[in-house]
Each structure stands twice: as C-alpha cells, then as structure tokens.
Design a protein around this ligand. Sequence first.
Ligand SMILES: N[C@@H](CCC(=O)N[C@@H](CS)C(=O)NCC(=O)O)C(=O)O
Length: 201
Amino acid sequence: MKLYISAKSPYGRRARIARLEAGLEDQIEEVNVNNRSDRKALLLEMGPGGMIPTLLLNNGTVLSESMVINHYLDRISAGKLYSTDTAALEDCYRLEAVGAVLMDSLHTRSIQSRLDPDEQSPTLLRKEVERSGRCYKTLESMLDLLTGQIHFSALTVAASLSYADWRGADDNWREGHPGLDAWMTEIEQHPSMAATARLGS
Ligand SMILES: N[C@@H](CCC(=O)N[C@@H](CS)C(=O)NCC(=O)O)C(=O)O
C-alpha cells in the first residue's frame, strides 16, 4: 500500500501516526509528494478531492479523508487504534472530534491568511479564532481523558496542538492551558509523535 502525504500537512500527519500506531510500517510505504511537479495531477487521478492524505491499497482501491483512512488502518490491524469497549470508545471519539475540529479550524485560518488581503474574510477568520479558542478550553477540561494510557485519539489531539504551535502561534494556547501544555510537552516524546514531527521537503 502507499500513503500519499506531504511534509507539513497535519491531516497527513494524523494518518502517518495511525500507520505507526497500527504497526503497518512494513506494509504501507509513505510517499511524500511535496516537491513533485505532478502532485496535483497524481492526487486528482486517485479521487475528486485531490488531497493529502490519500491511501492507495494493493488492489487499486483508493481511500481519502484522514478519518476514513484511520478507521481502515484500525480494521486491518485488528483494532490497534480504537478500543472495543463502547464506553471507552465514546470517550475517545469525543476527544478526537475536538482535536479534529481544532485542526479544521486552524487549517481554515491558515488558508485564509495566505490569501491576498482583498480575498480574506475577517468575519470567517474571527469565527475560526473563536472556535480554536473554544477547542483549547474544552481540551483542557478533558485532561482526565488525555492523561494515563496513551491511545490513538489522544495522539490525534496532539497532532492538532502541534499544528496549533505552528499555524496558530498567535493563539499562545499553552499560556492559558497549563494542564494541556504539560501533557503536550510529554506526549511530543512519544515515538509516533517524534517520528512524524519532521519530514524533509
Ligand atoms: N478533510 C480532509 C482534509 C485534508 C486536507 O485539507 N489536506 C490538504 C493538505 S493539509 C490538501 O491536500 N489540500 C490540497 C487542496 O486543497 O487542494 C482530511 O481529513 O483528510
């Protein structure tokens, strides 16, 4: 299988973490499309979204959307990513959803801020800054679900917070959220986080 990713995509990182946590490094080759001139055509050939991450299965089937890919990797690894206990799963999903909302919010802001000023929407930006702020606050209140045993949903939250350190640096989220800050500082050392932190261009 091939997992198409790029160096800086937070969605790609989520799938890369899933690949490692599922123990599928030997079965899934990472393909970094960063500097490929045919990047757009290559991704569009595989699906209408043309986005990172995209997973090409050995039988030619193409899966897109990080959440879909993660659930597929969970299935083929016989459940290495998600708990089979319903109550625990609900907690993980609750947590992961906030992490996903945060990632989307930061990504929208990042896209907006790179547009020409006359194409940017201050209303949209303000709305997303507020949404990101609510996510930090909610995650701080969910610390009991983040601490203790490391699970994949917690790692997806960490991927979003790492993205916030970069693309949402002005938020200074670590300042108002000491518990989350301490948790993040620790989880950044976790092998799948450390291994996906940097990727050459
Ligand atoms: N909802 C998608 C979002 C993926 C996404 O937006 N990927 C970006 C890279 S960070 C991308 O490929 N953008 C290319 C484009 O928009 O054409 C997911 O979770 O996989």
